[in-house]
Design a protein around this ligand. Structure first.
Ligand code: THU
Length: 140
């Protein structure tokens, strides 16, 4: 597992993800989820040290709703771009929430297979969570 240490202490990746968990909780508090009642907050570290976040934004036309990760990738580009290195996502209780399949694809575009994600089984790469992904490398 990425970041695991023989002594059991938190490695650098765990420390980053702990910070991101707090940023994701703050983002979750701004979610607009009146239809599902399921607020979500997402946070990621960028390779220049920035943190970007997003919350879900639902709509009366249910299918138009935006996942938290949509806002996150928009903020990434609006604030200067770069590559995502670490990611986490929380639900309304502030507990881990795994990104849906579509959002794993969104993350793949800007983090690639090496993106480190918090999961129910520790830190894993996006390559593990979206194996054999379709991505920019397939296109000319
Ligand atoms: N949701 C996200 O924001 N991100 C995910 O990866 C999973 C689902 C949102 C969409 C919807 O507003 C709510 O959670 C319930 O599905």
């Amino acid at each position: 597992m990425t970041g695991e240490r023989p002594g059991g202490g938190a490695g650098p990746d765990e420390q980053v993800v702990q910070e991101l968990r707090e940023a994701a909780r703050a983002a979750m508090s701004r979610a607009y989820a009146p239809y599902s009642g399921f607020p979500v907050g997402a946070a990621a570290r960028v390779d220049d040290g920035r943190t970007v976040t997003g919350c879900n934004v639902e709509n009366a036309s249910y299918g138009v709703g935006l996942c938290a990760e949509c806002g996150l990738v928009s903020q990434l580009l609006l604030t200067g771009g770069g590559r995502l290195t670490h990611f986490t996502c929380v639900d309304g209780k502030g507990e881990l929430c795994m990104p849906c399949g579509r959002c794993r694809q969104l993350l793949y575009e800007f983090g690639g297979p090496a993106l480190i994600m918090e999961t129910g089984s520790g830190l894993r790469t996006l390559a593990e969570m979206l194996p054999e992904a379709f991505g920019p490398q397939e296109l000319p």
